[in-house]
Design a protein around this ligand. Sequence first.
Ligand code: GUN
Ligand code: FE
Length: 425
Amino acid sequence: MKIYRANIIYAPTPDKLEIIPHGYIAVRSSGIIQGIYKEKPEQTDWRQVVDFGDKLLIPAFNDLHVHAPQYRNMGLALDLELLPWLNTYTFPEEAKYANPEYAQKMYRRFVHELWMQGTMRSAVFGTMHSESTRILADLFVQAGMGSYVGLVGMNRNSPDNLQNTTEYVLEGLEMLRNHLDKHGNNGLVKPIITPRFIPSCTPEMLKALGDYAAKTGLPVQSHLSENRSEIAWVAELEPESTCYGDAYNRYGLFGQTPTLMAHCCYTDGEELELMKRNGVYVVHCPMSNSNLSSGIAPIRKFLEQGIKVTLGTDISAGHNLSMLRAMQYAIQVSKLRYAESRGATRFLSLSEVLYLATKAGGEFFGKVGSFEQGYEFDALVIDDTYLNAFDYTLEQRLERYIYLGDDRDIKRRFCRGVELTEPVW
Ligand code: GUN
Ligand code: FE
């Protein structure tokens, strides 16, 4: 048993921050939280206590939508909308991952920066190349971080050097699954079925991936209703579907197993009902939706309807790998929607965005993202001394950390109870 003492802040529900000044968290050797206490638990030997003094202790971040092979383009090339952006900037960069040496070099940097940013769990797109994607998964294992790693399926409407086949994807997924069953760090790193989006995959590939989900129970991630031109294109490609979401649903890729759908800027009506009915997760990517001029996702509506909402950076359409920036953008774009609706749509609160960045996304990985009994201890120790010059309250310190802080303030990182030191490779 380990006991940590610090200023504890977490969001067990969207509407409330739990704040325990100089509180205690007891963590079993399995990495599971035994309890959380205002006072030192009885029979505690002081030698068991690791005291973080006046620092903040918050749950580590979970990024539910991010493209590892777009790392080189982060902060670049944001002057186009989605479809020309993919063709002009993104596909040429992803094609380089045919070379495993390039993948190794770039993915090391990517995983290292995720570690720096305090993102201990992620749902990641690799590329269409199975060897490079296995390299990415192995780097997560080496770093001790949790991840769902996706070998991307794409066999139409992309350059010749960036298309695979149904057979190749099924074989690659099976290899990845067997590999991670053995070497996935006790289930911390797992595969996820990843059709890029409807325009990139033939009906034959979509059906095969849906069948594979049914057979293996593996989760699914993809993109949905991000941009108006994309939605119009999907309607042409899948004329029998009643909406974009229905196109995935017909192939068994829409909540038949746990499913993440990034963006959902224009999800409404039947698509919204289908997401609710099937328990499909929305991954809100506000940086990306701003940068590619995609739109503002109706997050308040999703929350009111009881749809599961999580948060992602979506680099390199998103320009920053920090979940602090994702939280900040989530609040800010929700205020633009508030203004457009003349105040009818309430904007997101601080506790709501902390909840989205921690417990909401953590649910995809099990009992992760909160400091409650039975949860895995994923945590960050934050030194915000320089931000706390005027004796702020703990809630104000959290707010200033979200708006003004960065990775340099993160002093310690824990994933499933294990302290993760900087990956060296
Ligand atoms: N839709 C299909 N591929 C992508 C991608 O790489 N990024 C984003 N933002 N949307 C996509
Ligand atoms: Fe994306």
